[in-house]
Design a binder for this molecule. Structure first.
Ligand code: GDP
Ligand code: MG
Length: 331
């Protein structure tokens, strides 16, 4: 008998980072820069789930960081934040605020060229919501973006003002990082600032997440998005999506996807399927178009609906179906 224990998985830091900031500050540019891929293209869509994962990125941290020096950052979007009034929007905003507070780190992006973004003392009222969201998190990174377009003599005072602002908030673990997301300047320091603040724990996703597995995962997200987009009011949070098959067919240069929409009751299934199957057909068409755009090739999508009573309350509840790796359809 061998007494060799199975190798321990290498320790890693892993967690969620909420990105908040007004439109146009450069959030998508940053993620594209970090990932070097176009996966972020899926983001400018309505918020459908509380923590919407944009990207997963695994990095090696610099030597001055306490081990473990590998970190997996799952970037989540909080797009409900700058919406206007109305009950649903308020609800979305509350969810987005809660999402920011739920994450391990918040990243507030500021456009340093925007006169409104020039300093904490000169913020406009519309900055209040992103700022409030970011402040829900104790570890807080402020990225001053587009510094390539800020004159050198202006930059240091700007950073200083934010430092002063931070000193008045000692309860936060704050780091201010000037970056140019477009060129990548400072982005390495930024991801390290996020990564070093993540708790030690098991990796949340496979390390090669930002590959075809990510696409498979995002396929589920896109279908879920269509589901909530088209049925949101009728089916709040009772439906989940599992991608069961994801097959790239090299010969045909297309992708075949089989996905199951899981609901809790027959009545919900009837809603999803619709009269004579009209609803699910519509859903399939919209999801297929979005998937095809994401993957950059034709997509064949087989959608089914399955009833699993109380799945969202079960042990394998909504988190597992939605976001945690499992044998089902997750990467
Ligand atoms: P989002 O709405 O926050 O996702 O912002 P986008 O990523 O779409 O960026 C908005 C605009 O700012 C785009 O035209 C980008 O090219 C530009 N931008 C983003 N980062 C930088 C930067 O570091 N420097 C400059 N000069 N422009 C940037
Ligand atoms: Mg964007």
């Amino acid at each position: 008998m061998s007494d060799a224990a199975p190798p321990e998985p290498a320790p890693i830091r892993a967690g969620f980072c909420a990105i908040v900031g007004l439109p146009n500050v450069g959030k998508s540019t940053l993620l594209n820069r970090i990932l070097g891929q176009r996966l972020v293209a899926v983001s400018p869509k309505p918020q459908t789930t509380r923590n919407r994962i944009l990207a997963v990125h695994t990095i090696d941290l610099p030597d001055d960081v306490e081990p473990p020096r590998k970190a997996q950052i799952a970037f989540v979007d909080t797009p409900g934040i700058q919406q206007g009034s109305g009950a649903l929007r308020r609800y979305m905003r509350d969810e987005a605020l809660a999402a920011a507070g739920d994450t391990d780190v918040a990243l507030l992006m500021i456009d340093a060229t925007d006169s409104r973004g020039r300093g904490p003392d000169r913020l406009h009222s519309e900055d209040a919501a992103p700022l409030a969201a970011a402040l829900r998190s104790k570890p807080l990174i402020i990225a001053l973006n587009k510094v390539d377009r800020v004159a050198k003599p202006d930059l240091l005072p700007l950073i200083e003002r934010w430092h002063g602002w931070g000193k008045e908030r000692p309860e936060h673990d704050l780091e201010i990082v000037p970056i140019a997301a477009l060129s990548g300047d400072g982005v390495g320091r930024l991801v390290a600032a996020i990564g070093r603040r993540l708790p030690e724990g098991p990796a949340l996703f496979p390390e090669d997440m930002v590959t075809d597995r990510a696409e498979r995962f995002l396929a589920g997200e896109l279908i879920r998005e269509q589901l909530f987009h088209q049925l949101g009011n009728e089916l709040p949070y009772a439906a989940g999506v599992v991608v069961e098959t994801f097959e790239e067919r090299a010969a045909k240069k297309d992708v075949q996807i089989g996905a199951v929409i899981v609901v809790e009751r027959d009545s919900q299934k009837a809603i999803v399927v619709g009269k004579g199957g009209a609803r699910i057909k519509q859903l399939g068409i919209a999801a297929r178009e979005a998937l095809s755009e994401l993957l950059g090739c034709p997509v064949h999508l087989n959608l089914f609906v399955k009833v699993i009573p109380d799945w969202s309350r079960g042990e394998r509840g909504i988190r597992q179906l939605g976001y945690e790796p499992s044998k089902g359809g997750m990467p």
